[in-house]
Design a protein around this ligand. Structure first.
Ligand SMILES: *[C@@H]1O[C@H](CO)[C@@H](O)[C@H](O)[C@H]1NC(C)=O
Ligand SMILES: *[C@@H]1O[C@H](CO)[C@@H](O)[C@H](O)[C@H]1NC(C)=O
Ligand SMILES: *[C@@H]1O[C@H](CO)[C@@H](O)[C@H](O)[C@H]1NC(C)=O
Length: 311
């Protein structure tokens, strides 16, 4: 759809960021193909998103909901101390509240959360100490999405919902980057002809990280909710001449890992430069702040979480 051009032109990027050009994406359509999830939901998930489910810190449920600054989930390792890239097919949902039969993120884990609702997606950005939900110390992170090596999802059986439309809806396209100290998740809630959900929730830029793929507010020690403009689709860079250049990761090699073959990517072909940042930082408005998102659950260890079950 977009011509792949030499990214030598991307040297002009810095000035484009300053211009903060708004993405002219057209009229959002929540009913177009590729928005609502219609195939079956993962076998370890409840049939629908549910609040106040029993706390089970060994749950294998993989239903993620992203509803608000204090009601969201991300994927994390099933066993303590795992490196996410080795277990992308088996990660489980960790939520800020007891919901979806999933594990609950204990207090003291999350140090910042920023929730943005845009016409095309909802996005949650969080910072914290994710060793408290099983990440290996120093883990550089991984990328989860509904495709994966077998197109059955990473994790297999992973599904996502949001209620920002006014009711709980399963969505087809999303991406979640997680590392030991940072997480971001974008769920595409509407599409347009120029920004269909696979483009706005582009899932093939695994190596680039949260700030690059999901530009937004990553400030620590703060919690807020904003409305926002939709960002340019990840990897697309409008050029001064009106064309659009596309940054892609290039396939590099396959190596054999315990969980199966893993493809590795290099960030750019030899004649491309890797852009240093997203095309623009979308503007936000109507922000409200919160002081924290505590839930009273002290740790993942079942003994100390049991008191929280009486809440
Ligand atoms: C659950 O995820 C699978 C794999 O990505 C997807 O095909 C399916 O449509 C999703 N189901 C729902 C209800 O969203
Ligand atoms: C917690 O989840 C695990 C994995 O799904 C399951 O085997 C176990 O029975 C659950 N425990 C409770 C108390 O429901
Ligand atoms: C979405 O879920 C939250 C719970 O986190 C609830 O307070 C809110 O009312 C829900 N919104 C809608 C529109 O259902």
């Amino acid at each position: 759809m977009f011509a792949v051009k030499s990214l030598c032109a991307v040297a002009v990027l810095a000035s484009s960021v300053a211009a903060q050009a708004k993405f002219q994406y057209g009229t959002p359509n929540p009913n177009m193909a590729g928005v609502v999830g219609r195939n079956s939901n993962g076998p370890t998930n409840p049939k629908t998103p549910q609040e106040n489910t029993p706390i089970n810190q060994t749950s294998m449920a993989r239903l993620v909901s992203v509803n608000s600054v204090d009601d969201w989930c991300i994927y994390g390792p099933p066993e303590n101390g795992q490196t996410i890239a080795n277990v992308e097919g088996e990660v489980v949902a960790y939520c800020t509240k007891p919901r979806n039969n999933a594990r609950v993120i204990p207090d003291g884990t999350v140090t910042a959360a920023h929730f943005v609702k845009t016409p095309l997606y909802v996005q949650l950005m969080a910072l914290g100490d994710f060793t408290k939900i099983g990440f290996a110390p120093g883990d550089q992170g991984g990328e989860l999405d509904p495709h994966g090596a077998t197109n059955m999802g990473n994790p297999v059986g992973g599904n996502v919902t949001s209620n920002v439309s006014g009711k709980d809806v399963f969505y087809e396209e999303w991406m979640n980057f997680v590392s030991v100290d940072q997480a971001c998740i974008r769920i595409c809630i509407a599409g347009t002809d120029v920004a269909p959900t696979p483009l706005e929730c582009q899932h093939t830029l695994d190596e680039m990280g949260c700030n690059w793929v999901m530009p937004g507010n990553y400030a620590d020690n703060s919690f807020d909710t904003c409305d926002g403009d939709a960002a340019y689709p990840p990897g697309l860079f409008p050029q001064p001449d009106g064309s659009t250049s596309t940054f892609q990761q290039y396939f590099s090699s396959v190596y054999t890992a315990p969980g199966g073959d893993v493809q590795t990517f290099i960030n750019a072909s030899p004649d491309q430069q890797t852009p240093s940042a997203a095309y623009s930082l979308p503007s936000t408005s109507q922000c409200t702040t919160a002081s924290s998102i505590a839930n009273g659950i002290k740790s993942l260890v079942s003994g100390s979480s049991s008191s929280a079950m009486m809440l």
